[in-house]
Unconditional design. Sequence first.
Length: 409
Amino acid sequence: MKTFHELYLDILKQEAGQGRTLEEEYNPYHMDCLLHPEQYAPVVFTEECEQCAYEKACQNSCIFHAFEQDEEGRVSINREKCVGCGACVDACKLEKLAENKDVVPVLQAIRKENSKVYALVAPAFLGQFGSEVTTGKLRCAFKAMGFQGMIEVAVFADILTLKEALEFDANIKETNDYQLTSCCCPVWIAMIRNVYHELMPHVPGAVSPMIAAGRVVKKLYPEAVTVFIGPCMAKKKEAREPDIADAVDYVLTFQEVQDMFEAADIHPEQLGEDEKEHSSKAGRIYARTGGVSQAVKETVKQLNPNRKIEVRSEQADGVPACRAMIERLKKGETDANFFEGMACNGGCVGGPKAIIPKEQGKQNVDRYGEEAEYKTPLENPYVMELLSRLGFHTIEDFLEKSDIFTRNF
């Protein structure tokens, strides 16, 4: 009977057509990244990088100055500074950078006896695992993988929409007042916090839908392990930020989940339906550029139909466009009063680890939004029931005592 070492060498010979030793292939750094992803930045090196023939394109692409170089020329990524936007991965012509992966710890959590692991799926999920894979089929696929259940993060986007709409209605009274949305994109928030920190007073202290989902699940099921699933590498860093690290245990990208389905021989399109309807159109359209603005605008209009100052929104996607929008704001070259930034072109559907093209993703999101039974969180009975179970019975309670949905920047 062959040893694992011999089997490994046979596979290497088949794939490469030449004999290589296990020592030549095995890299302890990569193994440590797999087993302990929390100790590394959201982006890691696929191999050691010293001399760059492309004038340090990775470092030049990083507006957060996360790349560092020692006296011997070795480049490393500062775990605290890297937000996982993925700009460096795109910029590296030598393909020496890749996402940090949480697959191994998630599988260990699923296989642990009596574990209850919940998949928290981002609103951009529709169509990512095949055009025939409905919400119900995807829920069945996660259960087949060993997850306790699947929860749509869109319902928590509903809750954050309501929070931001109420705050806009309460605070934006003058024509020169404005609000910078804090929902959804961690790169947008990191940009404001680190580069344009003087604008932070205009950012409501709201967590993202991912954090809201994780916190609510853990409050209702204290023993739960929460795994966020989406197209974004930056969510890996957001989940580890000290003030909100209580919410989400692991983050997987759509591509990581697709790899897991293939390895486990799970075919979502062949499974049955476990359909549940919890989210409104407002929460579902968060996944594309303009979705947050539209959701808040329609909710504010429902809240206060006679309001004189309406939501006048401006959106930007891609880091350069976000910076340009902020510069216009600072120079007074815009009359908008609600600003939405997305680091990825097209919004979350254009995330670095989305599986399908962003145009197709946007069409799926818009269609899914139109199919929703409820149009705003104010119409969504599940939002009202969740808030009631969490102890929020009045608007004042929700705005003033909602620590679960609030963070201090």
